[in-house]
Design a protein around this ligand. Structure first.
Ligand SMILES: [Zn+2]
Length: 470
């Protein structure tokens, strides 16, 4: 068996790992690279291997940085099955369509800007920008999805099978055990996908991994320790009350899938318990609304607490003060609203989407609070806000950052260093090597040191394109 790391190599984006066994190629995840436009475009449009030669794709979960390049793979000639859990397949339908929509809109915006520049005689380049893929490409991808339940052994080719386990990262998320038998010997690889943390609202905790020879593990928070999860409700209540007393708004950039539903449930519980005032909350995202429907369809994946909430007649994702917003007009109308309210909108790293309008309108008002709920990639607007830079660019205009900035690390969908170590502890002694993926170099260096010291295991942080015989 051979593995080549084509994405999420010393970075957190574009997860894509190619495995070769028995003369066939299998892809673990097919994620979109997100980052600076030119670099991202380059990496996404040029898939570094022959898409038509890939026999099958196994998908760990639905996030775009793990699934977003599937339509490109199909466009490039891939015809095989895409295996994923039923919830992941349902979510991918929505998220890939949304991704195509964003890319079509971005291309349109850039071409218009180019035309304007050309009209005033400025150098604008002569290349018409095309979206990486369109809704039509996404529709060609749908029929290739195959639903495979958690724990169900699935033979994907001669002598190679996989099995998925709960990763506790988002609805439907899994980590994978891949087992290849060649020439009478077998190789077992565990691929963590994105690994969640125990105790997150709604979703279940990560399962312990099965024994393996090799571990490919994410390292997003390889050098960090999160706040304990039980403190999240109290901290959120404190922030809400403080902002409410100032008469400010809470502006919450959030990932439409997962984080938004968790926040909504937390707010619901806090209002029910009279720990915060029952003030208006808006989820300003058509995608979040659709995704919430998928959540409702997959109650079997909920944790004990969310099930209890349902059993007591609670409606976790809907309550009196909560409004889901679909139309652009309603979204714009929020800007003129007086008095405290909370608006949750994507994208989570503030790179695109409706959150930009809410930030533009609220970032200079010191009564407001910007609440970050997840990982902020290098160079993103979210990271600049997180670093509390005095001024940040929004729609090309520098704006003063005067709103309060807070982070709810507790809701992070990614395990911290201690949780990663705890998770792999049961299988560490049997591992021949650990490969770190999905992390920035300093996070990986810290995790490598910690793992080598703790488990005396060989740890590698592969570069993009680096291949290993296993
Ligand atoms: Zn993810």
């Amino acid at each position: 068996m051979k593995i080549t790391f084509w994405g999420a190599a010393r970075t957190v984006t574009g997860s894509m790992h190619l495995c070769e066994a028995g003369g066939r190629q299998y892809l673990l995840d097919c994620g979109q690279f997100q980052g600076r436009r030119k670099e991202a475009e380059q990496l996404n449009k040029n898939i570094p291997f022959a898409a038509a030669d890939v026999a099958a794709v196994i998908l760990s979960h639905a996030h775009i940085d793990h699934s977003g390049n599937l339509p490109l793979l199909v466009k490039g000639g891939f015809q095989g099955p895409i295996y994923a859990t039923p919830a992941t397949v349902d979510l991918c339908h929505l998220m890939l369509a949304d991704s195509a929509h964003i890319q079509e809109r971005d291309a349109e915006f850039l071409n218009k800007r180019r035309a304007r520049r050309r009209a005033i005689g400025a150098d604008a380049g002569d290349r018409e920008i095309e979206p990486a893929y369109t809704l039509e490409d996404v529709e060609h991808t749908y029929p290739l999805f195959h639903k495979v339940s958690l724990h169900e052994p699935k033979e994907v080719g001669p002598g190679i099978e996989y099995r998925s386990y709960e990763a506790g990262h988002m609805l439907g998320s899994t980590f994978l055990l891949l087992e290849a038998r060649e020439d009478g010997k077998s190789v077992r690889i565990v691929y963590s996908g994105d690994l969640g943390r125990p105790g997150l609202p709604i979703i279940r905790d990560p399962e312990p991994p099965p024994a393996a020879d090799y571990l490919v593990v994410e390292s997003t928070y390889g050098d960090r320790l999160h706040q304990p999860i039980h403190s999240v409700a109290g901290r959120l209540a404190g922030l809400v009350n403080r902002t409410y007393q100032r008469g400010g708004r809470m502006i919450v950039p959030s990932f439409a899938v997962g984080r938004t539903q968790q926040l909504v449930l937390l707010m619901h519980e806090l209002i029910d318990a009279h720990r915060i005032p029952a003030f208006p909350i808006y989820v300003d995202s058509p995608l979040a609304l659709d995704v919430t429907e998928v959540f409702r369809k997959h109650e079997e994946l909920f944790d004990e607490e969310a099930r209890r909430f349902l059993a007591n007649g609670g409606e976790p994702f809907g309550f009196k003060r909560l409004t889901y917003i679909r139309s652009v007009e309603e979204s714009k109308a929020l800007n003129d609203l007086r008095g405290p309210y909370m608006v949750i909108a994507s994208s989570g790293m503030c790179e695109a989407g409706r959150i930009l309008h809410h930030l533009k309108n609220g970032i200079e008002d010191p009564r407001n609070t910007i609440l970050l709920t997840g990982y902020q990639g290098a160079e993103t607007l979210g990271r600049k806000i997180e670093e509390k830079r005095p001024a940040v660019p929004i729609f090309g205009e520098l704006m003063r950052l005067r709103a309060e900035v807070e982070k709810l690390d507790e809701l992070s969908g990614h395990a911290d260093q201690r949780e990663l170590i705890q998770w792999m502890k049961p299988i560490a002694a049997g591992l021949r090597k650990v490969f770190l993926v999905h992390g920035e170099p300093d996070q990986q260096a810290a995790l490598k040191d910690a793992l080598e010291e703790r488990f005396k295991v060989e740890v590698e942080a592969p570069e993009r394109g680096q291949a290993f015989d296993l």
